[in-house]
Write a protein that binds this ligand. Structure first.
Ligand SMILES: *Cc1c(COP(=O)(O)O)cnc(C)c1O
Length: 394
């Protein structure tokens, strides 16, 4: 096995500390913002700092309504509740996906239908989406993988032709655009994440976006436990009460303060991540030229945010060997994802299991390299040199 041929101890450039896959970039500005919120007593939800963050996002993304949530998973659940899906309904999404959109659909007793992806962008394949549409289809949940926008022109056309809604999972997409428009603002609803692994983070948090008055009104009731407290806070009613079924998806102003401080640094964080992304891309081009790895091909209409740097190997076996060898050398590279259609839950509850050849190929050969805004130039050099060394042995 490859790993047995390597002796990390003999390598001069070996670093002693682990280079993690991801690391939050929380500094002095964030510390001050949280302390200021604490000192002002702003710790509850739906308070002035949350309102400020929502307004900032509305302005930046050019969207009518932004409602903060406790996570992107919760924003997706809120979306499915606000769109009133139910038993018998089908929702199309990629299988090359995190679990949140599938859970959000299943919790409403509806059925996720898994589409294949494009071999170059790893994003949902609009042609396959069209093939999967049945009379039971209600909507599409495209996922902007690695912050690269899906083909939103094709997806919105299909949705309009078949009277479907679109909910964008833009969890990885903060700061990224498609055709000059921010991700999350094309569909009926957009969902963002401020999870600790995302570009802009408050540990756990998210945002629900819409331009639709009726969806916004329903969502603000659901996320406030089924009450009209939001209307009460705006002074529209003199007391608030139970008006619909709901849940609790409101984050604390303390977390909103952290997310707001991070958002102030969006340009700085994004440009740092993009510099790292482009350096990986350029310095690994010769390896791709030798046929050792396969670099992603970009959609020219997508403006990236440097969320993930991923490439493919020529086989599943090589991918697993490479990940193991990188870890032996203190580099925490990782795979992505166990496709949803092949996960234990789907094998048990979502039969028949679909045949998704591109998804299977990509997920079995994908490697993600460490990428975070505080990754040093020396660390990145070490990662790139190690990749060259490992490929020479092959
Ligand atoms: C991170 C992520 C989520 C979940 O976000 P949370 O805020 O942790 O709930 C959902 N979808 C995708 C594509 C993600 O990357």
């Amino acid at each position: 096995m490859l790993v047995n041929q390597l002796n990390p101890e003999t390598k001069s450039e070996q670093t002693n500390s682990l280079i993690p896959f991801t690391k939050p970039d929380i500094g002095e500005q964030e510390r001050k913002a949280i302390l200021a919120a604490l000192e002002a007593g702003q710790v509850g939800g739906n308070g002035p700092i949350s309102r400020q963050l929502e307004a900032r996002l509305q302005e930046m993304l050019d969207i009518r309504y932004v409602q903060l949530t406790t996570s992107c998973s919760d924003a997706l659940e809120l979306a499915m509740m606000a769109l009133k899906i139910g038993p018998g309904d089908e929702v199309i999404m990629p299988s090359m996906n995190f679990v949140s959109s599938a859970n959000a659909v299943i919790r409403e007793r509806a059925r996720p239908v898994f589409a294949d992806i494009d071999i170059n962008t790893f994003n949902i394949d609009p042609n396959h989406v069209e093939q999967l549409i049945t009379p039971a289809t209600r909507g599409i949940i495209p996922v902007h993988y690695a912050g690269q926008g899906c083909d939103m022109v094709a997806i919105m056309e299909i949705a309009q032709a078949h009277h479907l809604w679109v909910v964008e999972d833009a969890a990885q997409g903060m700061g990224a655009l498609y055709d000059g428009q921010y991700l999350g603002t094309f569909g009926d609803i957009g969902c963002y994440s401020f999870h600790v692994t995302k570009n802009i983070s408050c540990g756990e948090g998210g945002a629900f976006l819409t331009n639709d008055d009726e969806i916004a009104r329903r969502a603000e009731i659901i996320r406030e436990k089924g009450t009209n407290r939001s209307a009460f806070l705006r002074g529209e009613v003199d007391k608030y009460t139970w008006v619909d079924v709901g849940s609790s998806f409101i984050p604390s102003d303390l977390l909103a303060a952290l997310a707001l401080a991070q958002l102030e640094r969006l340009t700085e964080i994004t440009s740092r991540r993009l510099a790292i992304w482009h350096r990986y891309y350029e310095e690994l081009l010769p390896l791709a030229g030798m046929g050792q790895i396969i670099l992603p091909q970009l959609d020219a209409r997508a403006t990236l945010n440097g969320h993930i740097f991923a490439f493919r190997t020529n086989s599943a076996e090589r991918r697993d060997q490479l990940l193991q060898a990188l870890r032996q050398r203190n580099i925490q590279a990782t795979f992505h994802y166990v496709p949803l259609h092949s996960a234990p839950y789907a094998q048990l509850h979502l039969r028949p299991v679909p045949h998704l050849p591109v998804t299977d190929l990509v997920s079995s050969s994908l490697v993600r390299l460490p990428l975070y805004s505080t990754l040093t130039s020396d660390e990145q050099s070490y990662i790139i040199e190690t990749l060259y060394e490992l490929c020479r042995i092959w």
